[in-house]
Design a binder for this molecule. Structure first.
Ligand code: PEP
Length: 251
């Protein structure tokens, strides 16, 4: 379990082979910040090419199927991702939960399938704006964790949790540093309750409109062990600024 800050870019459904130039530039930048662990999750089609193009950074998927293979047209399994060179996969992103109807039990099965294939997992959780406004944010996130965290021996070893308030994703809005700290402390307490001491080693990332301007203060919040970054990970210029903020935070 690494304790380095972990900065992960989620390219979502963006990225053709031309964007491998950005990945190479991000890789070169990451080599200047050895105190920060950096990774990118491109579309499936770029996983193998990106793995071949970069040296320093991790490469992962944005989702995986629960089965290792079979008649599941259009899906990608964890062993196929691993074969393509992926180190990890994101599961349970709010866009998958909302747009593909993925519930906690399915997300847990995906996380466990990924770990069984040797991948690390970034499990996403987060409340909607209505849930926050009605004072239910911590209860909602706690329920998602209880239902979707992988179980079993060593489940905490190759695991990070990303707290991503749905209302902050792609909107330019972010929670207060106090609210981020409070949620991350609650997540830590639950990880320790479930995994014991191993729960202390699970990095908890913040995600939702992280950019060069706000990264430093968000990364300084209690129990924030890195960031999951969407839009601002698409160019080396903006993503490198976030990696740099994480390096400064660590010093
Ligand atoms: C995300 O979708 O994981 C995300 C954090 O997006 P953005 O940084 O664009 O808000």
């Amino acid at each position: 379990m690494s304790s380095l800050p972990y900065i992960v870019g989620n390219w979502k459904m963006n990225g053709t082979r031309a964007m491998l130039a950005e990945a190479r530039a991000i890789d070169r930048a990451a080599s200047r910040f050895p105190g920060v662990q950096v990774a990118l999750a491109p579309p499936f089609t770029l996983v193998h090419a990106m793995r071949e193009a970069v040296q320093e950074i991790g490469v992962g998927g944005q989702d995986c199927h629960v089965q290792p293979g079979g008649a599941f047209t259009g899906d990608i399994s964890a062993p196929i991702l691993a074969d393509a060179g992926a180190d990890f996969t994101i599961v349970g992103h709010s866009e998958r939960r909302a747009l593909h109807g993925e519930g906690d039990a399915l997300v847990r099965d995906k996380a466990e399938a990924a770990q069984a294939a040797g991948l690390s997992v970034i499990l996403c959780v987060g409340e909607t704006e209505a849930e926050r406004d009605s004072g239910k944010a911590e209860a909602v996130v706690s329920g998602q964790l209880a239902g979707s965290l992988p179980r079993g021996d060593d489940a905490a070893v190759r695991l990070a949790v990303a707290y991503e308030p749905v209302w902050a994703i792609g909107t330019g809005r972010v929670p207060s540093v106090d609210d981020v700290g409070a949620m991350h402390r609650a997540i830590r307490a639950q990880l320790v309750a479930i995994y014991g001491d191993a729960g202390q080693g699970v990095r908890i990332l913040y995600g939702g409109s992280v950019n060069a301007g706000n990264a430093a203060e968000l990364l300084a919040a209690d129990e924030v062990g890195g960031a999951l970054v969407g839009g601002a990970s698409l160019t080396a210029e903006s993503f490198t600024a976030i990696i740099g903020a994480a390096a400064l935070e660590r010093d």
